[in-house]
Design a protein around this ligand. Structure first.
Ligand SMILES: [Zn+2]
Ligand SMILES: [Zn+2]
Length: 161
């Protein structure tokens, strides 16, 4: 049985601070994404992304985030700040009752509590060569599969749901 008090709390904030969300739950995984959408929205060669359960995210009420659907990756809704237009977080629906939250790691205030990045995905889209020891996953479906595996391995830890 898990103790509710054991859930770590994370604060997610856009760069200008106008948009924020609370996340009550353990991170399921963290990776670097080289997809063209990340390159465009973060204006970097790749993005540092941390994954949580969607249900762990508490959006502000009323929610000021502007959600937009992207065709790739499938069923991903990215929420951006109406003021600075930077991405705040995104939701990926895996199944009717299963949703993941993809949070740009730079938006999380408690960075010391996060796992280390496990891999690079969408590496076939990379514009800058990265020479670290992490696995480089190329290919669309290979990348999706690698994220699914990462999240599933995150589930096997205790005190997670
Ligand atoms: Zn991406
Ligand atoms: Zn903002």
């Amino acid at each position: 049985m898990t103790e509710p008090t054991a859930l770590p709390l994370f604060s997610c904030r856009c760069p200008c601070g106008a948009s924020a969300a609370q996340i009550a739950g353990r991170p399921l995984g963290r990776f670097f994404c080289h997809c063209t959408i990340c390159q465009a929205v973060y204006q970097q060669t790749y993005a540092d992304v941390t994954v949580f359960w969607g249900s762990a995210v508490q959006l502000p009420e009323p929610c000021n985030l502007q959600f937009r659907r992207y065709r790739l990756p499938p069923a991903l809704r990215r929420g951006t700040c109406p003021v600075c237009h930077a991405p705040v977080l995104g939701f990926l629906r895996l199944a009717p009752f299963m949703q993941l939250a993809f949070v740009p790691t730079r938006n999380l205030l408690q960075r010391a509590a996060l796992p280390d990045p496990a891999m690079h995905i969408f590496y076939h889209r990379h514009v800058a060569e990265v020479s670290d020891g992490l696995p480089k996953i190329a290919g669309y479906w290979q990348s999706e599969l690698a994220v699914t595996r990462l999240v599933m391995s995150g589930l096997s830890h205790p005190a997670q749901r």
